[in-house]
Design a protein around this ligand. Structure first.
Ligand code: C2E
Ligand code: MG
Ligand code: MG
Ligand code: MG
Length: 276
């Protein structure tokens, strides 16, 4: 993000900058329209138990049903959303959609929602979450808020907000664990319920020292451990051996639309174990 910026964080003038600036404004405007006209859709990727592979919930992952470009993943627009500040409106939309959807799921199935550092800085963020829970009827314990280590430098109301979320009974998860720089100090100042090992550390033939260390840390802190980006049976077996509680990845299911997830949950609930 700091790439191409001079000291102080502002961009130094370069020829062609106006054109790029205009293009940027156009993309921001298109994204604003997308949010207002409900072109954003929320997909859900199952989270399963290790080793059984039983679904315990899903992560909400935003997509943009673009009028001309088809279904776009967050890689195509989250950065713009962050830079334009539209991430706050986008995040509210996802939070509302995901809690409403999860309230229809059977039993204690949980939903995880990604929240950006920018959203978490906003004063009153827990009130927004409380309203989403109230309006959807989803119990707080069935909502997990995923944060990344970037919230550690969040400033603003971040600290109070995290405490406010805990007070509501919402669960907190540290996403992309291991990729940030402030992991340990963050765990000390901001207690979470779950840590999510980043995909880049999922054992893949080479050393599994980091995956092992993270699992041990989770146990030491009494936290649930989840591994994301699990693609093979070998990886699942290694993670099970290391003591991971939960897994998420293409091996089990790709992110899917809300209706497909609902079908999957219904079938799993009614099918005898082993037939799923
Ligand atoms: P994330 O929160 O770490 O989500 C996991 C990403 O890994 C998702 O990408 C998912 O599709 C992908 N993934 C899951 N299993 C596998 C696998 O087995 N193999 C591989 N190669 N990939 C796998 P996606 O949906 O493209 O989302 C990317 C990132 O965008 C997310 O990473 C999250 O940081 C962000 N994001 C998504 N939705 C939201 C949102 O509503 N709000 C905010 N603030 N960020 C979001
Ligand atoms: Mg996530
Ligand atoms: Mg992640
Ligand atoms: Mg990740």
């Amino acid at each position: 993000e700091a790439k191409g910026r001079g000291e102080g964080g502002y961009e130094r003038y370069r020829p062609g900058m106006e054109a790029r600036g205009a293009e940027r404004s156009k993309r921001f405007a298109a994204l604003r329209t997308a949010i207002l006209e409900e072109q954003l859709v929320v997909f859900y990727q199952p989270v399963v138990t290790l080793p059984e592979g039983r679904t315990t919930g899903a992560e909400a992952l935003v997509r943009w049903q673009h009028p001309t470009e088809g279904l776009l993943g967050p890689g195509a627009f989250i950065e713009d959303a962050e830079q334009s500040g539209l991430i706050v409106a986008l995040g509210t939309h996802v939070l509302r959609a995901a809690t409403r959807e999860a309230a229809t799921w059977p039993g204690e199935q949980t939903v995880s929602v990604n929240v950006s550092a920018r959203q978490l800085r906003e004063p009153g963020f827990p009130l927004l979450v409380a309203a989403a829970l109230r309006d959807s009827g989803l119990p707080a314990r069935r909502l997990t808020v995923e944060i990344t280590e970037s919230v550690a430098v969040g400033g603003g109301a971040t600290g109070e907000n995290l405490q406010g979320l805990r007070d509501l009974g919402v669960r907190l998860s540290l996403d992309d664990f291991g990729t940030g720089a402030s992991t340990l100090s963050l765990l000390a100042t901001c207690p979470v319920h779950q840590i999510k090992l980043d995909r880049s550390f999922v054992p893949d033939g080479g050393s599994d020292a980091i995956a092992d260390a993270v699992a041990q840390m989770a146990r030491a802190f009494g936290l649930q451990s989840v591994a994301e980006g699990v693609e093979t049976e070998e990886q699942a077996a290694r993670l099970t051996g290391l003591g991971y509680d939960r897994a998420q990845g293409f091996l089990y299911a790709r992110p899917m639309c809300a209706a497909d997830l609902r079908d999957r949950l219904t079938n799993e609930t009614t099918a005898p174990a082993g037939q799923i």
